[in-house]
Design a protein around this ligand. Structure first.
Ligand SMILES: Nc1ncnc2c1ncn2[C@@H]1O[C@H](COP(=O)(O)OP(=O)(O)OP(=O)(O)O)[C@@H](O)[C@H]1O
Length: 623
C-alpha cells in the first residue's frame, strides 16, 4: 500500500488553500468576470502542474505538453458535441463517431485514456533522451499534433473554430480538479519515484550510481504529466465551448512555461504561485495593450505588450532569483514552524545500523582493460577486493585509476575483462543495476544532489531496494554513522567541503554495499578532515566487513589504512602487495622517481609533499 507522509498532506493542504480562497473571493465578491478569470486560473494551474511533474522533477523543459492539452480538448469535444450542432459543424464525421453526445465526465475519462496511450507511445523514445535533445523532441511532438489537427478537417474543422462543445465547466467544477492536480503533483514529488527523478535532475550519473533507473522515472513522470495536461485541455474546451488548433500552440506553451519558470520549476507551490503572478500580469497588461485614455494622458495601443511584459517579468525574476519566486523548496518546507509541525516523529537512529548484506565472496577484477579511441588507459588489471579489507589503488596522474574505478562500477564499459561478484559480471550490468550486486561508489569530483536536502540525498540511495526498513529511517542511520545527522534538513550544496565528501560516503553506505569504491575521498581536505575521514573509513570497514577499494593521492592515508595496495602506471598494473612490500618494490619507486625527475624540471612535485617519495613519511627507499 502506498503510504502518504504527513509532510505531503500538509503540503497539499497549504498549496490548495489559496485555490479555495481565490474561488470563494471570486464567487462572493466578483461574480461573472472574476469567476471566469479564477476558473481559467484553476485550469492553468492543472496544465502548469502537468508540465511541472515532468519538467520540474526531471529538469528537462517540455514544449510538448500543450500537445496533450490539444488531444484532451479535441477528444472530449468530439465525444460530447451536441449531435445537432455536429451535423453542421462536422458533416463528414465517420458514422462510428457521429451523434455520440456523451456527458462530460465519461467523455473526460475516455479522453484521458487516449492521452495516456499517446503519452506512452511518445514517452518510450522521449524518456531515453536527456537535456536539450529531449526538449527538442517534445517540441517536435507539439508541431506534429498541431499539423495533424489542422490536416484532419473531417474531425477537427481544420484550422477553423471547433464549436458546439457543451459548457460543462465552471469555477466549482474546475476547483476540485485543480486541488486533485496539486495533490497528484505533490504526492509524486514527495514519493520515492519523484525523489529519484529529482536526484537525476541534479546529477544523472550519480543518480544511476545509486540505483536510479532514470529512463523509467522520466517515462512515468512524462505519462502522469501528460494526463494532467490532457485534463486541463478538456476542461478548457468545456469552459470555452469553442477553440481552434492555434489555441493549443506556441502562444499557450510560452505562457504556461513562463508560469512554471517564474514561480520555480521544481516545486508545486512555485507552479501555483507563478500561474497566479503571470495571470495578474496578463490581465493588467491586456487592459493597457489596447491603449488607455487617462484624460490628460492617452496611452497608445502597444501591440504584443502582454508577451513583452511576461518576457520582462521572467528576466527580472531570473536576474534576482535564479530558481524562481519560490526557489527549490516547497512553501511549507520553508516555513520552519510548519515543517516542524508536519514532520513525523523521528525515531532515534538505531544503535546498530542495518548490517551490510552477506559478506561471502570477493570482488574479482579480472584482466580489465579500457581503450579510448586508440589510447590504452588501462590494461590487464587483475586483483581482488576482499570483504573487511582495504585495497589501495595508487599511481601517478593519468595512470588509469579513475578509468579502473569507472569500469568496475559500470559507468565506463570496459573494453576487455570482467568484474565478478558472486558469479555476476558487474561491468556488464546497466549502471543502475550495479548497486543491487553489492557495489557502491563515491566520485573524484563530488557529485551530490545539491538542491536536495542531506536526508533526501541519502534517501535516494536507501530507496534502491525494497525491504522492511523505511528508506528514510535507513538514510538517517547512515547519516548518524557518518556524523551528519544534525544536518539532515540542510540543502546538500550548502555543506562544507569536508561534510560534502562525507555525505557522498553516507549516500553510498545507504545502499548496503558489500564493496565500496572511493575515488580520492580525501582530495581537497585539510589534515584534520583527512584524519577524521580515516577514522570513519576504518570504522565502517570493520563494522560492516566492507571491502574498500580506495584511490588516493594522499599516500600517508593509503599506507596507514590499506591491507593491500595495487599500483598502476601508464595503464599497467605494475605491482600488488602489502604496504611494506609496495614500499620496497623497485618498479614502484622507479615509477614515482621517474615522475619526480620529469616534473621537477617544470614544477614542484606534489607527491613529495604527500609523502610517497623515498625518505619522506610512508615510503622508504629500498635498502
Ligand atoms: N573519457 C576519456 N576519453 C579519452 N581519454 C580518457 C578518458 N578518460 C581518461 N582518459 C585518459 O586515460 C588515461 C588515464 O586517465 P585516468 O583519469 O584514469 O587516470 P588517473 O590515474 O585517474 O589520473 P588522476 O590521478 O589525474 O585522476 C589518461 O591518459 C586520460 O587522459
Amino acid at each position: 500500500m502506498v503510504r502518504v507522509r504527513r509532510e505531503t498532506v500538509v503540503g497539499i493542504l497549504v498549496t490548495s488553500l489559496p485555490l479555495l480562497l481565490a474561488a470563494l473571493v471570486a464567487s462572493l465578491f466578483f461574480p461573472g468576470s472574476g469567476e471566469r478569470l479564477v476558473t481559467l486560473f484553476m485550469i492553468n494551474v492543472i496544465a502548469v502542474l502537468g508540465i511541472g511533474i515532468y519538467a520540474g522533477n526531471s529538469g528537462i523543459v517540455s514544449f510538448g505538453h500543450v500537445g496533450f492539452m490539444a488531444i484532451g480538448a479535441y477528444a472530449s469535444g468530439l465525444l460530447t458535441i451536441n449531435p445537432i450542432v455536429q451535423k453542421t459543424a462536422l458533416p463528414h464525421l465517420p458514422d462510428w463517431l457521429a451523434g455520440i453526445g456523451m456527458p462530460f465526465l465519461p467523455a473526460l475519462a475516455i479522453a484521458l485514456l487516449i492521452v495516456a496511450a499517446v503519452a506512452v507511445l511518445i514517452g518510450i523514445p522521449v524518456a531515453r533522451l536527456g537535456g536539450s535533445s529531449a526538449s527538442i523532441a517534445t517540441l517536435g511532438f507539439l508541431v506534429i499534433v498541431h499539423v495533424v489537427l489542422v490536416a484532419s478537417g473531417d474531425f477537427t474543422r481544420g484550422s477553423q473554430t471547433f464549436f458546439g462543445i457543451p459548457r460543462a465547466v465552471d469555477l466549482w467544477v474546475a476547483l476540485p480538479f485543480a486541488i486533485a492536480a496539486v495533490a497528484i503533483a505533490r504526492a509524486y514529488r514527495d514519493s520515492s519515484a519523484g525523489l529519484k527523478l529529482r536526484a537525476s535532475r541534479e546529477d544523472e550519473i550519480a543518480s544511476t550510481a545509486v540505483g536510479v533507473n532514470v529512463r523509467l522515472h522520466r517515462f512515468v513522470a512524462w505519462v502522469v504529466g501528460a494526463v494532467l495536461a490532457g485534463a486541463a485541455g478538456a476542461l478548457l474546451a468545456h469552459f470555452l465551448g469553442a477553440f481552434s488548433p492555434k489555441d493549443f500552440y506556441f502562444n499557450l506553451t510560452f505562457v504556461l512555461l513562463a508560469m512554471l519558470i517564474l514561480g520555480g520549476i521544481t516545486t508545486v507551490s512555485g507552479a501555483v504561485g507563478g500561474t497566479a503572478v503571470i495571470m495578474v500580469i496578463i490581465e493588467l497588461l491586456r487592459k493597457l495593450e489596447g491603449g488607455v485614455d487617462l484624460g490628460a494622458i492617452a496611452l497608445p495601443t502597444v501591440f504584443g505588450l502582454t508577451d513583452i511584459g511576461i518576457g520582462i517579468a521572467i528576466l527580472v525574476v531570473m536576474y534576482r532569483l535564479r530558481d524562481g519566486l519560490f526557489g527549490v523548496r516547497e512553501l511549507d518546507e520553508r516555513l520552519s514552524w510548519l515543517s516542524r509541525f508536519a514532520a513525523e516523529a523521528k525515531s532515534a537512529p538505531a544503535e546498530t545500523p542495518a548490517p551490510a548484506a552477506a559478506t561471502a565472496g570477493t570482488l574479482r577484477v579480472d584482466n580489465l582493460g579500457k581503450t579510448f579511441a586508440g589510447l590504452v588507459a588501462l590494461e590487464k588489471a587483475d586483483f581482488e577486493v576482499r570483504p573487511g579489507l582495504v585495497t589501495g589503488l595508487i599511481g601517478p596522474n593519468g595512470a588509469g585509476k579513475s578509468t579502473l574505478i569507472n569500469s568496475v562500477s559500470g559507468i565506463v564499459p570496459p573494453s576487455t575483462g570482467r568484474v565478478m561478484i558472486d558469479g555476476i559480471d558487474v561491468a556488464s550490468l546497466p549502471v543502475h543495476a550495479v548497486p543491487a550486486a553489492g557495489l557502491a561508489r563515491t566520485f573524484q569530483n563530488i557529485r551530490l544532489f545539491r538542491n536536495l536536502t542531506v536526508l533526501e540525498n541519502v534517501t535516494v540511495a536507501a530507496s534502491a531496494f525494497k525491504d522492511r526498513v523505511d528508506p528514510r529511517e535507513r538514510a538517517r542511520q547512515a547519516l548518524a554513522e557518518i556524523g551528519l545527522d544534525r544536518f539532515s534538513d540542510r540543502l546538500a550544496g550548502t555543506l562544507s567541503y569536508g561534510a560534502q565528501r562525507r555525505l557522498e560516503i553516507a549516500r553510498a553506505l545507504a545502499l548496503k554495499p558489500r564493496y565500496l569504491l572511493l575515488d580520492e575521498p580525501a582530495a581537497g581536505m585539510n589534515s584534520a578532515e583527512t584524519q577524521e575521514l580515516m577514522y570513519v573509513l576504518d570504522r565502517i570497514r570493520s563494522k560492516h566487513r566492507l571491502g574498500l577499494l580506495l584511490v588516493e593521492h594522499d599516500l600517508k592515508l593509503i599506507m596507514r589504512l590499506c591491507d593491500v595496495v595495487v599500483v598502476l602506471n601508464k595503464g599497467q598494473q605494475i605491482a600488488i602487495g602489502t604496504p611494506a612490500e609496495i614500499q620496497a618494490n623497485p618498479a614502484v619507486v622507479e615509477a614515482y622517481i621517474g615522475r619526480r625527475r620529469s616534473s621537477r624540471q617544470t614544477q614542484p612535485d606534489p607527491l613529495e609533499a604527500g609523502g610517497l617519495m623515498p625518505g619522506a613519511a610512508g615510503l622508504h627507499h629500498p635498502a
